[in-house]
Design a binder for this molecule. Structure first.
Ligand SMILES: *[C@@H]1O[C@H](CO)[C@@H](O)[C@H](O)[C@H]1NC(C)=O
Ligand SMILES: *[C@@H]1O[C@H](CO)[C@@H](O)[C@H](O)[C@H]1NC(C)=O
Ligand SMILES: *[C@@H]1O[C@H](CO)[C@@H](O)[C@H](O)[C@H]1NC(C)=O
Ligand SMILES: *[C@@H]1O[C@H](CO)[C@@H](O)[C@H](O)[C@H]1NC(C)=O
Length: 544
């Protein structure tokens, strides 16, 4: 194999020197770490699993990522799809949900061939998965490559306890996954030109926890040096599942579960956790779930103390926005009309033993489960206040009716509002008050034939509406959720991709979808968003 590489190198050298006119081999890209071998996929070239950080293993576990410093003597083989970071994956339908590898910090680059431009704008993806699971390769890039106007880069970042365990002090501050994302963005800015990308035209996009991650990245005041615009689809930093309280308690609980004993000292806890097998640490996630995969984010972003070295976030996101010290770049935030189907649908699965649905069990278990389903467990001082809130919210959405298939849509609406929708006007309002750069929004209202709702409930007899991902998976396809797309969805897919291309190229921050021009919310009395349906799009006042 060495010999082969050598011959290739000599050949490149030889043809390069003899025929100086011949174009360079597009499969071989040189970056400061050495040469990279990509793959020809017909429509596009790919360069996968390129390391941007030293492997976060051994003593680097639970530490800020270190920039990758290796130098390849041979060509780096970038033809292997990215591995998932080690995780307890909700979508593995088995009692053992462990998947992935601890050594996972890479970026994967996809460059379309059919291009009129010599260099292309860049779309960078932060995948979703509740900060607990997900992976770069979950989201396909076929639609984007077919359109051929954007280079796509997918970032792998640490998730779950390996990415987010935190004792809330400088010794184990947490947010490692967010720090990974940031380092990867720096890598992309520095290196994307070698792959034919325009470093001045980078747009960051993410879905769900990826959307919240995008928003958190933009809250770093210098993010404008790394990207030109940002898109948060069905997830932003103000969603209640994003910034965690009670992380310290869970960190020490994790230590106890792994046999570290009753520790109270963060340094000792970190030392003990570093000595444990990564698979055991991640498998302990099941002890933090009270039923099914609830709460879906037991380990996630935290507010770090100001003295934490390399801290990523030292104030709550709403405080950061109020301080005005966030990146002044155009930002687009969205939700789908039934986003909360992600959570409600999984309650419809029939239990094998009793034939009962979890949704019916909610009638008895509401006070135990609701604080975890809706992420307010750590928001109240007393059980009385907690129960009071549980009573009120149930009353607000169901009145005196029981939980069941008949009231499914009311429960779904509760999840949509609390987990995905309410944060959007809140964020838009804060951004327009305290920022100067454009803030846009859309709501997507166009159910797919099959999506997350059908997958999680294992049912096709329920109408779920427009659920989490129904829009995003038209940009980054996920075959396992959606077999085929309809003609109206194909048009929407193309419009989304054109919207992203415009966003990356526009110098005036304007944004269009199909024939619609988004209204900027800065300086406007009423919040505006674009409603996107199967029949087209229209601007409207945000209705709460
Ligand atoms: C690169 O890796 C792939 C997949 O493991 C392998 O099939 C291929 O032979 C490797 N290529 C080189 C040049 O080492
Ligand atoms: C329920 O039954 C189905 C089919 O018999 C099986 O595949 C599945 O694993 C079972 N689920 C549980 C949670 O036992
Ligand atoms: C919960 O508290 C609020 C405010 O203190 C009060 O208005 C409401 O009636 C209480 N609800 C219940 C069920 O006690
Ligand atoms: C903004 O730029 C786009 C092209 O990127 C152009 O079509 C549009 O007319 C410009 N709008 C304004 C208000 O200048």
């Amino acid at each position: 194999m060495k010999w082969c590489t050598c011959v290739t190198l000599i050949w490149i050298f030889w043809t390069g020197s003899v025929e100086s006119e011949s174009p360079p081999d597009p499969l071989i890209v040189e970056i400061p770490n050495g040469k990279i071998l990509g793959l020809d996929n017909g429509l596009y070239y790919s360069y996968e699993s390129v390391p941007y950080a030293e492997p976060p293993i051994g003593d680097l576990r639970f530490e800020s990522p270190k920039p990758y410093e290796g130098h390849w003597k041979d060509i780096f083989n970038a033809t292997r799809p990215p591995v998932a970071c080690l995780q307890w994956n909700q979508f593995i339908d088995d009692t053992n949900k462990l998947a992935g590898q601890e050594d996972c910090l890479t970026v994967s680059i996809y460059r379309p061939k059919s291009t009129k431009r010599s260099s292309l704008p860049v779309l960078v993806l932060l995948h979703g998965g509740a900060f607990m699971f997900g992976r770069a390769s979950l989201n396909g890039h076929e639609y984007l490559m077919r359109q051929g106007t954007l280079i796509v880069v997918k970032i792998s970042y640490r998730v779950g306890p390996l990415g987010f365990v935190s004792t809330g002090d400088k010794d184990l501050p947490g947010n490692f996954g967010l720090k990974d994302q940031r380092l990867a963005l720096e890598w992309i800015k520095k290196n994307i030109a070698h792959f034919g990308g325009k470093p001045e035209n980078i747009v960051l996009i993410g879905h769900s926890a990826g959307g919240a991650s995008v928003h958190l990245q933009t809250l770093r005041h210098d993010f404008g040096q790394l990207a030109k615009a940002a898109v948060s689809v069905s997830g932003n930093a103000l969603d209640p599942w994003v910034v965690q309280s009670g992380a310290r308690r869970r960190a020490f609980e994790l230590g106890r579960l792994l046999g570290c004993g009753q520790l109270h000292d963060s340094v000792a806890l970190k030392k003990c956790l570093k000595s444990k097998p990564a698979g055991e640490i991640v498998s302990a996630v099941k002890s933090f779930l009270i039923f099914s995969y609830v709460p879906f984010t037991p380990f996630g972003p935290v507010v770090e103390p100001a003295d934490a070295p390399g801290a990523f976030l030292t104030q709550h996101p709403s405080e950061v926005i109020r301080s005005g010290k966030f990146a002044q770049i155009p930002w687009l935030a969205s939700y789908t009309t039934e986003d909360g189907g992600y959570n409600a649908a999984s309650l419809l699965e029939q239990s094998n033993k009793t034939g009962e649905n979890l949704i019916e069990k909610l009638n008895d278990r509401w006070f135990d489960w609701a604080p975890y389903l809706l992420f307010y467990r750590d928001s109240f001082e007393t059980i009385k206040d907690l129960d009071n809130y549980s009573t009120d919210i149930r009353q607000a959405y169901l009145g005196d009716r029981r939980f069941g298939l008949e009231s499914y849509w009311d429960l779904q609406r509760m999840f949509t509002d609390v987990l995905f929708k309410n944060s959007v006007p809140k964020a838009l309002d804060l951004h327009r008050q305290y920022g100067k750069s454009p803030v846009y929004s859309f709501v997507y209202d166009n159910p797919s034939v099959s999506g997350v709702g059908q997958v999680l409930s294992k049912r096709s007899d329920v109408n779920f509406g427009t659920v989490h991902g129904d829009d995003f998976f038209l940009i980054f396809d996920v075959g396992s959720f959606r077999a085929a797309i309809r003609p109206d969805e194909e048009i929407i897919s193309r419009n989304f991709i054109r919207m992203l291309e415009d966003f990356s190229l526009s110098d005036n921050g304007t944004l269009t979808f199909g024939s619609c021009v988004f209204e900027d919310n800065v300086g406007r009395e009423h919040l505006q968003h674009l409603r996107i349906t199967r029949n087209g799009c229209k601007n409207e006042k945000f209705s709460l």
